[in-house]
Design a protein around this ligand. Structure first.
Ligand SMILES: [Mn+2]
Length: 398
């Protein structure tokens, strides 16, 4: 016990030092130790980059999410804020964005949420979702709104190419940038970076951000509903990427009046009959199983898109059915969207699909869930996927 108290004191002393420091926290609060060296020369560091002290402080900052005082000050006065998330926004993208909006509006900020493309219908129940601006649809309005902004908050992505044309536009606008995200290898695109690949979801990080701001009284049921949406979707209803913290956060949100049953019902009981027919088609006519690689995949043609009237979001989650087979360790969903071939990979355990996507398909994501786009044909993409499996035979069949 004495040892534990000693450690606790050391940690809180370190945090005190950090809070009063000017040059450290903005950079270290967020930077994974592995990328510390990337920043050498960019900012003055009192510790040698990559040194034990530096790694230790970075870890402490991440565990406690230390918010630099300059950022606190910035958010305490009303600004014109753009909250931006990635193309094909999922529950975590939209949940974290709207949570941030409902939180910041309590400070008197003028907040707009902007996405490159439309979000799936089932998230239309989230308050203020109807006000979200979509670059693909409201391009001119997006430009005008962005021109007025002086604070940009990037949520659930960490490289500007994830927001396409909007990224090119935002890149040159003046203003402070804040990034909160849980994907691997963040690009240096923000002044304040809160990047934690171990986090379950960006929504978990938004909760902890609000907590670290000392603003738990602003975490009302509306903010809670949005945060819970991202947690529940990114963890597959608490089935993967969980940690003890995320269960505590969920419990706390329920204590604050968030109706979890209602949120789950709105998100998951939103299927249409045509979605079930599409799923049936995938499982009967479009599924292949390769026992020698413990791999299964599903593919969809452009014709399937017409036949089943597939809209954005309709194919979400189909790939996960493959992982419900005991022996399947790697699952792929390869589909010919109207203009592009999309590859989604899922895996169990220590099979790193993020590495597979990055190395062979120029994509990315998380260890157990990653994706990529291909500009070749559907057949060429499937052939390439099949051709790389022998490289991973050992890890797949271990
Ligand atoms: Mn996410």
């Amino acid at each position: 016990m004495r040892i534990f108290n000693g450690l606790k004191n050391k940690i809180s002393n370190a945090i005190q030092t950090l809070r009063s420091s000017v040059s450290l926290p903005a950079f270290l609060a967020s930077t994974p130790p592995c990328s510390v060296s990337k920043y050498v020369g960019r900012r003055p560091l009192p510790y040698r980059a990559g040194s034990k002290a530096c790694r230790c402080i970075a870890r402490i900052c991440r565990l406690f999410m230390v918010i630099p005082s300059a950022l606190k000050e910035l958010l305490h006065y009303p600004h014109n804020v753009a909250v931006i998330s990635h193309r094909n926004p999922d529950g975590d993208a939209i949940g974290s964005s709207l949570a941030m909006q409902h939180y910041l509006e309590q400070y008197g900020h003028t907040v707009h949420v902007l996405f490159p493309s439309e979000y799936p219908e089932e998230f239309g129940f989230l308050p203020a979702s109807e006000d979200i601006l979509i670059w693909d649809i409201h391009t001119e309005e997006c430009r005008q709104v962005l021109n007025r902004k002086n604070v940009f908050i990037f949520l659930d992505f960490n490289a500007l190419n994830r927001i396409d044309k909007m990224g090119e536009y935002v890149k040159d606008l003046p203003g402070k940038r804040i990034l909160i995200d849980h994907h691997l290898y963040p690009d240096p695109i923000a002044d304040y970076v809160f990047s934690e690949p171990e986090a379950s979801s960006t929504c978990e990080l938004v909760y902890r951000f609000i907590e670290a701001m000392g603003d738990m009284q602003k975490l009302n049921p509306t903010v809670g509903k949005c945060i819970y949406t991202g947690i529940v979707t990114d963890t597959g209803s608490f089935k993967h990427a969980t940690n003890s913290r995320v269960f505590r956060i969920a419990a706390d949100l329920i204590d604050r009046g968030m109706d979890d049953t209602d949120v789950q019902d709105k998100i998951f009981n939103s299927n249409k009959i045509k979605n079930l027919r599409l799923l049936g088609h995938c499982l009967i006519n479009r599924m292949e199983y390769l026992p020698e690689y413990r791999t299964a995949y599903i593919w969809l043609t452009r014709k399937d898109y017409e036949t089943f009237d597939i809209q954005r979001g309709d194919t979400e989650g189909i790939v996960n059915y493959l992982l419900t087979v005991r022996d399947v360790r790697l699952a792929a969903f390869i589909h010919n969207q109207p203009n592009i071939v999309k590859l989604s990979l899922r895996s169990k355990g220590d099979i790193d699909v993020q590495e597979i996507c990055r190395t062979h398909f120029n994509g990315g994501g998380h260890k157990n869930a990653a994706g990529a786009y291909s500009h070749t044909s559907l057949k060429a993409t499937i052939d390439k996927f099949l051709s790389i499996l022998p490289l991973y035979r050992d890890v797949l069949t271990r």
